[in-house]
Ligand binder design. Structure first.
Ligand SMILES: Cc1cc2nc3c(=O)[nH]c(=O)nc-3n(C[C@H](O)[C@H](O)[C@H](O)COP(=O)(O)OP(=O)(O)OC[C@H]3O[C@@H](n4cnc5c(N)ncnc54)[C@H](O)[C@@H]3O)c2cc1C
Length: 504
C-alpha cells in the first residue's frame, strides 16, 4: 500500500518510519530544503544550531523513545548525552539558584532537603505525577484502550491547581512549575496531564542530542528510504484534490502530482485546510480548526562563542524574574517581557567549553503581527531595530547566570515568531501547536481520522507536542492502518527477545 505523508517533521518522519517497517511504501513531502521541522539544524559561520528541540526525555533505559528507536533499529545511530541535572533555575528577585537533579529519588530527596516541612506533600505530589503519566497507556508502551473519558479528574484539572492541591509553600509551587516553558503553561488553563507527563519525562532522565536533533530526523528518514520509500525536500504541498470523500492526489509547489492510497497530514491543520479545495470538510469543522487557539511562539537568540570562554553545562539553565511570574511567561504585558529565559549550551569536542548558546523565551505573536506580510531577509529596518532591542533584553537577562557572556560572543542573531511561522508553517509561529485548555479540552482534541476516508492526521496538533507526545501520536496514526496495538505489541515483543538474548 502506498502512503503519502505531508511534512517531514518529527510526526511525519516517525509515522513514515513505523509504516515503512510494516511494509508500506512511504513518500514524505517536505516544504523546506532540509527535513526535521522542529528537529532541523542549520549552520551559520561554521557553527551548527538547532531550530527547536533542545532537551528530550524518554531515551533512558526502558524509556518509551528508546524502546521505539531500538525497535526501528536506529538507537545506535543517535549520539545522546544524558544530564544528571534536570535544570538549574535562578530567581532574579531573591537571587536564589536551585540545581534540580534528575531521577525520581534524587528529585524527591532534593525537594525535601529544601522544604523539610513539606516532606509528605512532596512525596504525594511526586507519586501523583507518576500516577497521571501512567494514565496514558502509550507513555509506557502498554496495549489496550485509552479513552479520553477514562481519565481521573486530576488528569484534566489545571496544572497550577494540581500543584497547589498537594503543596502549601508558594515558593515550592513555583519551583515545581519550572518545566512550564516546555509546554507554555497558563494558570487555570494548561492541563495537569501535560505538566505531569513532561515533568516525568525529565525527572526520569533528560538528554540532548550531541550533534543536534537533526540526527534523529536523518535516522528516521533512513528507515523510510532503506525500505524503498522516499523523502522529498523543497516540495510544499499546495493543493489537495478531494473527490467523493477521498483524496485523489496532492500537488506540490513544483507542480508535481503525487498519488497514494492513504494520505497523512503531519502539518498544522490550518495549513492543510488552505490546500484543500471545495467542500471536502464541513464549514463547522473548518471553523473549529481555524478557531482553536494556538500555543505561544518564541524569540530565540543564537550566539556563537569565542573558544575557551564559557564552560559547558549539559543541563538547561533557566532564569526567571520572580516566582510570582512562573505562570505569566506566555501571557504577559508587553512591557514586562521577558519574565523568563531558558539557555542551552553546545559542547566543544572535548566537552569542556561551550561553542554556542541558544536562549529561548516565549513570545506572543502580537509583538510581531505588524510585520506579518513580510518574509525573511525583507522585513524592513523597523523590524531589525525591534529585533536588536529584544536580543539586548534577552542577553541582559542571560548575563545574570553567565556574567562574562557579552565578552564571549563572537556572532549573534535571533529568530522571532515570524521566523517560526515561515520555517515551520505554523499558525502565528506557535511552537507547540494547538493550545490544550483544561476548561475545554474536547475543543482542542483532534481525531486522527477525518471525514475524508483516506486522510489521517498526526503531529503535535493532534494530541501532545514534544518528543514524547508526537512519537506517541505517530504510533496511534500508524495503528489506524496496521491495526490496534500491532506496533505496540511488536515493540514489546522486540524488547523481550532482546532481553532474553542477553541473558547468560
Ligand atoms: C523553538 C522550539 C523549541 C522546542 N523545544 C523543545 C524541547 O526542548 N523539547 C521537546 O520535546 N520539544 C520541543 N519543541 C517542540 C517540538 O519540537 C515539536 O513538538 C515537534 O518537533 C513537532 O513535530 P511535528 O512533526 O508535529 O511538527 P513540525 O516539526 O513543525 O513539522 C512539520 C513539518 O511540516 C513541514 N510543512 C509545513 N507545511 C508544509 C506543506 N504545505 N507541505 C510540506 N511540508 C510542510 C514543515 O516545514 C515541517 O518540517 C520545541 C519547538 C520549538 C519550535
Amino acid at each position: 500500500m502506498e502512503v503519502l505523508v505531508i511534512g517531514a517533521g518529527l510526526g511525519g518522519l516517525f509515522c513514515g518510519a513505523l509504516l515503512s517497517k510494516e511494509g508500506y511504501r512511504v513518500t514524505v513531502l517536505e516544504k523546506n530544503a532540509g527535513i526535521g521541522g522542529g528537529l532541523q539544524n542549520f549552520v551559520r559561520k561554521g557553527e551548527m544550531y538547532e531550530t527547536g528541540m533542545h532537551v528530550a526525555g524518554g531515551f533512558h533505559e526502558n524509556g518509551s523513545l528508546k524502546r521505539i528507536c531500538c525497535y526501528l533499529g536506529i538507537m545506535d545511530r543517535l549520539d545522546i548525552r544524558f544530564s544528571d541535572l534536570m535544570s538549574s533555575l535562578t530567581y532574579l528577585d531573591t537571587d536564589r539558584t536551585f540545581n534540580i537533579p534528575s531521577g525520581r529519588d534524587r528529585f524527591t530527596a532534593y525537594l525535601i532537603s529544601l522544604f523539610p516541612h513539606e516532606e509528605e506533600n512532596i512525596k504525594r505530589y511526586v507519586d501523583a505525577l507518576f500516577r497521571l503519566s501512567e494514565e496514558d497507556r502509550l507513555f509506557y508502551m502498554k496495549s489496550g484502550q485509552n479513552s479520553f473519558f477514562d481519565h481521573s479528574e486530576e488528569f484534566t484539572m489545571p496544572a497550577d491547581k494540581f500543584i497547589a492541591s498537594y503543596i502549601d509553600s508558594p515558593e515550592l509551587r513555583s519551583l515545581l512549575a519550572f518545566v512550564n516553558p516546555l509546554y507554555a503553561g497558563v494558570a487555570g488553563h494548561s492541563p495537569a496531564y501535560l505538566h505531569a507527563m513532561i515533568s516525568v519525562m525529565f525527572i526520569d532522565k533528560p538528554c540532548c542530542f550531541v550533534k543536534g536533533s537533526s540526527q534523529l530526523a536523518d535516522a528516521l528518514a533512513s528507515v523510510i528510504t532503506e525500505a524503498g520509500g522516499s523523502v522529498i525536500t523543497s516540495s510544499a504541498v499546495t493543493r489537495t484534490v478531494v473527490r467523493n470523500r477521498r483524496v485523489e492526489s496532492v500537488y506540490d509547489s513544483n507542480g508535481k502530482e503525487y498519488k497514494a492510497d492513504v494520505y497523512i497530514s503531519a502539518i498544522h491543520p490550518c495549513t492543510l485546510l488552505d490546500t484543500i479545495e471545495g467542500r471536502a470538510f464541513t464549514p463547522f469543522y473548518k471553523k473549529r480548526l481555524r478557531n482553536i487557539p494556538s500555543t505561544v511562539s518564541a524569540f530565540k537568540v543564537y550566539a556563537k562563542l569565542k573558544k575557551g570562554h564559557l564552560p559547558y553545562a549539559e543541563h538547561p539553565v533557566n532564569i526567571i524574574d520572580s516566582k510570582k511570574n512562573t505562570w505569566k511567561m506566555s501571557r504577559y504585558r508587553l512591557e514586562d517581557w521577558p519574565h523568563g529565559i531558558s539557555c542551552f549550551l553546545a559542547p566543544s569536542s572535548d566537552g569542556k567549553w561551550a561553542t554556542h548558546i541558544t536562549i529561548l523565551s516565549l513570545m506572543d505573536w502580537k509583538e510581531v503581527s505588524r510585520w506579518k506580510n513580510t518574509r525573511t531577509g525583507n522585513r524592513g529596518d523597523e523590524y531589525e531595530i525591534w529585533k536588536r532591542s529584544r536580543m539586548e533584553k534577552v542577553i541582559e537577562m542571560a548575563e545574570k547566570a553567565f556574567p562574562n557572556l557579552r565578552d564571549s560572543i563572537e556572532d549573534c542573531f535571533a529568530a522571532s515568531p515570524l521566523t517560526f511561522r515561515d520555517h515551520l508553517g505554523t499558525k502565528e509561529g506557535s511552537i507547540y501547536g494547538y493550545f490544550k485548555d483544561s476548561e475545554n479540552l474536547i475543543y482542542s482534541q483532534l481525531s486522527i481520522r477525518t471525514k475524508i476516508e483516506n486522510l489521517l492526521l498526526t503531529g503535535q496538533n493532534v494530541n501532545m507536542h514534544g518528543m514524547g507526545g508526537v512519537a506517541m501520536t505517530a504510533i496511534e496514526t500508524a495503528e489506524i492502518l496496521v491495526g490496534k496495538d500491532v506496533i505496540v505489541n511488536k515493540i514489546n515483543l522486540y524488547e523481550n527477545i532482546q532481553t532474553e538474548a542477553n541473558l547468560p
